[in-house]
Design a protein around this ligand. Sequence first.
Ligand code: F6R
Length: 655
Amino acid sequence: MCGIISIKGKNAIRKTISGLKKLEYRGYDSCGIAWKNKKLNIKKSKGYISILEEKVKNIKSELTIGHTRWATHGVPSELNSHPHVSMDGKFMCVHNGIIENYKELKKQFLQGYEFYSDTDTEVIPNLVSKFYKDLVNCNPSCCNRRRNSKYSGECYGSKCKCASYCDDILTAFKMAIDQLKGSFAIVLINDYNDKIYFARHSSPMVISKTKDMIICSDINGLDDKSNTFYLPDDTYGVLDNDFEVFDTNSKPIAIKYSNYKGGIENKLSGYKHYMLKEIYEIPNAIELTKDALYGASLTLPKNISQILFVSCGTSYHASLMAKKYIENFAHIPCECVIASEFISSNNLILPNTLGVFISQSGETADTLKSLEKAKSQGVYTLAITNVQNSHITLIADTTVLMRAGAEICVASTKAYTTQLFVLLQLTNYLIGLQQGNFRIISEKIQSKKQDKVSEGEISKANTCVGATELVEVLSKQDCLGISSDDIANLTGLDISTIDKQLDNLVDKIYLHKQFHLIGKDYDYITAMEGSLKIKEISYIFTDAYPCGELKHGTLSLIDENSIVFVIMTERDLIAKTTNAIHEITSRGGNVVCITQFDDIDLSDCYYVIHLPKLNQLFMPIVSIIPFHLISYKITTKLGLNPDKPRNLAKSVTVE
Ligand code: F6R
């Protein structure tokens, strides 16, 4: 988690602050900046970047490291915020990730060192400082290490013969990172020279070379996204007017730049909060995604026996919905696993499994790690993400991009609904695949019609479990019974018709301490996602159950103070869902029913929210919107910031 930006160039402080603001979605509980003006300086603050900005507004420098934090070790405070400084004040660093062995490192190498923070990070500048001192004092054991390193040479301490080409700080930095266990993206500056040292292991970073040299935890922190180099995993290096990157054996790595256009639109466009803006953008987000998907083809293995979905949070809920779509209509068995669980369990992977990894940001550490694990087990992997060039797209075998536009609010709204739309299209493709509506890629290559596919894709296919052939699924026609009018109704949805029904309800319930949400089948998944949305931003306790589960426990909580949201969008399930409503109302509970049906008696309900009537397959996309809006309205009524809920961040880049 956390955001890093480090700049070598003119007006580096102002640019670092501006970059940190763009990275605030990765964490925003505290922040800090260190810069060099002959000497090293540092300023930190608890809270948003704007507070830090005030503290450094008239200062100029051409060398910085900056950090916005999401606390893992130690409370959010100035002391715990980055950059962290070595005891001798000579090294300063920022870090994303977690150093798992920091206590052992303190005991093994840093006896007698004083630490001022509760963080794991503080060991890093101290280790570099210690190893650097060892090197310049020419401790014989260090000479050995040094001989083994890229910068080998005979060492005579400060009279070192190799002083002209030997970068002791780079050697000390490498010695320090060799000791670290866990995950890290690290950037370090020092008092001795004006270089920037960096390293990464399981935590992404990019380097941008334009008129400034910039290192950043992701591309969203950069204004100019041309000429960016994605630092490969397990590398380290040094940056001055240019930069060098090495692998763990200190072999230089070739630099390959990418050019990326687009980025986060940081504008509220008249809305009070990004969350509200993004909810109102749902129809447009779906329309843009539809335009990009229609007529597109997708490369998948032939003969898929099972689909394994791996994702987190809201994206996991989208995968649960996909399981229903695919099992009901494409008849392929699906399994949905939460990414952090996938990493730590032994999963039985069947031959011909397609792995689908859903991530709005494309940067979620648990999902990326799972993807790597699945690939190492021979699974052909498909990423579904909203962010072009995000890390997931670099690792997965193939990618489908959603076009929801930047989602800045921490709580996912338009991205979730767009994910559902993409997953419906995936179902359509899979039906097309079964109907033989595909082209074998090897044939395409042989007939020299090669465009988007490469020989590499064929060899990729051969490495996947049982997937001996990759095919290009050409299903342009509709296999799900969705007409163009249905699509037009969805993309033309007027969010305000839902919005205007909610103020009266929110006025009555916003001070409640807990809510229950129930539904059956697809509606149960909407209940789970609605529950996550409310608790995430309003801090009110919520839970979600299938209707039939109430009587197996939770019904004991129901009394005349209870508010239970009941989602009812499937006609076949009306009888069973209304049973659940009666079970609640007969115990005095208050039911808020969300439905598109107006031909059933809901007079027992405390409140009814009427949904627009759309094609049944789109109802999960529509029925979540009242929860987006209710969460938003309750949160703002409680005086909280819906865009930046406490303790959370938009992009969860730590495991
Ligand atoms: C909830 C929310 C999170 C994310 C989760 C995964 O509103 O946004 O639960 O869904 O952190 O993030 P991505 O989809 O970026 O991998």
